[in-house]
Design a protein around this ligand. Structure first.
Ligand code: CMC
Length: 378
């Protein structure tokens, strides 16, 4: 059978495989995760329940959840070589995402590469340990061992600071982690699926995905989005600063989306989670953020009319993570701590039923060049 060949730059609008994991509906501004509208599950579930849901296509019972949490908790420790790598990376002040990628590669040492489900557990369990350990090394602080009696989210915050976090911070972090765990064929998930589609191993898939997530057009946006608010500083500065950026042809981080042409539904869930942190003295900062958002939307309409550029998840990611006290350098790594749940689910799904992902390229080069020996070349 002759297949129609058609070029779609950036694969825009192309359906590359089937999934039961999540459906971002760009026209209606709705995100369904394994059957649940995002706003009906993200603010209530624990992160462990969300991962279980993606891996097993149903929520766990209480007994299953307890077992699953214990299985993850016992896989939090890193292979010793991972710590050596993190120390070497910290000595060079490598970005956290790069350190995460380097250390994640060592997880093959503690799991049988052929056991994709076990490797998925190791990856999800170990990411917070890698990120928190590296962060403490960067600060010149002693490492904090994971605590098996704390939840995934609480343990991450504990390993960063040494303090058991309060319930509000844990709830806000879980809401964030649940909100960004999966999102159709975003670039990093697609990367994981391409790797899994070759029947390469699970750790290879997540390591590749980290590389894709790092870029500023994908998971690298929330830090710069908050930096823009800091740079603006006061409401009067919003208009001139943002206008100057657009005049220079810069992109505003935290705005625009390939799929959502109406408001990103994740932004609303995160805004609701963030609000509680910005009361009292911090209310002014929240008001500034909302003002910056509105000015940005107005100016995007002026400079990019008709492109339907709306606030995306990264803008409110910045607000939630700032609200619970994480530094901007940890925003993208914390995104990875969540999204690894989705990457592994997609890899498992693809192992079960997918074909090798192998699109075509439109060749635009020469076709009739003749070989010239090196001695005769100009
Ligand atoms: N600021 C200014 N202009 C923009 C922006 C922006 N944030 N986003 C898109 N545009 C313009 C772009 O310059 C282009 O203009 P023109 O038609 O004159 O060439 C037009 O809008 C369409 O943009 P595009 O690059 O063709 O759209 P895309 O679907 O390829 O890109 C995007 C989507 C998210 C990469 C882009 O909107 C962007 O760069 N946003 C800023 C970075 C960001 O916030 N990334 C996080 C995305 S959400 C989470 C995730 O996926 O990880």
């Amino acid at each position: 059978m002759e297949l129609e060949t058609i070029m779609r730059p950036g694969l825009q609008g192309v359906i590359a495989a089937e999934t039961r994991l999540s459906r971002p509906d760009g026209q209606r501004g709705v995100l369904v995760i394994a059957g649940y509208w995002l706003e009906r599950i993200a603010p209530y579930a624990t992160f462990e329940e969300m991962v279980y849901l993606l891996w097993h296509d149903r929520l766990p019972t209480a007994v299953e959840l307890a077992t699953f949490k214990a299985e993850l908790a016992e896989k939090r420790a890193l292979p010793p070589i991972a710590e050596d790598i993190l120390r070497a990376a910290a000595a060079q002040k490598q970005p956290v995402m790069d350190a995460l990628r380097m250390a994640a590669g060592t997880l093959n040492l503690v799991v049988d590469a052929a056991d994709a489900q076990a490797a998925a557990q190791v990856a999800v369990a170990a990411f917070p340990t890698i990120v928190a350990s590296y962060w403490r090394l960067l600060q010149g602080e002693a490492l904090i061992a994971p605590r098996a009696d704390l939840s995934h989210a609480a343990n991450y915050l504990y390993m960063l600071t040494g303090d058991v976090p309060d319930a509000d911070a844990v709830r806000a972090l879980e809401t964030y982690l649940n909100t960004v765990i999966d999102h159709g064929f975003n670039a990093s998930t697609f990367t994981a699926r391409v790797i899994a589609s070759t029947q390469s191993d699970m750790i290879a898939a997540v390591v590749g995905a980290i590389g894709a997530l790092k870029g500023p057009l994908h998971g690298g946006a929330p830090g710069p989005a908050l930096d823009m608010v800091f740079e603006i500083g006061t409401p009067e500065n919003a208009e001139p600063v943002i206008r100057a950026k657009l005049e220079r042809g810069e992109r505003l981080m935290g705005f625009g989306h390939r799929v959502y042409k109406v408001r990103d539904p994740r932004a609303d869930v995160l805004n609701a989670a963030a609000e509680r942190f910005f009361v009292g003295e911090r209310a002014e900062f929240y008001a500034l953020v909302r003002h910056v958002e509105q000015v940005a939307l107005d100016l995007l309409e002026e400079y990019k009319p008709g492109r339907s550029l709306k606030t995306n998840v990264e803008f409110y990611t910045a607000l939630v993570l700032h609200g619970i006290g994480l530094p901007t350098d940890l925003f993208s790594p914390t995104f990875a701590i969540s999204r690894v749940g989705g990457w592994t689910a997609h890899a498992l799904e693809h192992y079960a039923s997918g074909r090798i992902i192998r699109p075509l390229a439109q060749y635009t080069g020469e076709t009739e060049r003749r070989w010239v020996p090196i001695t005769e070349r100009d």
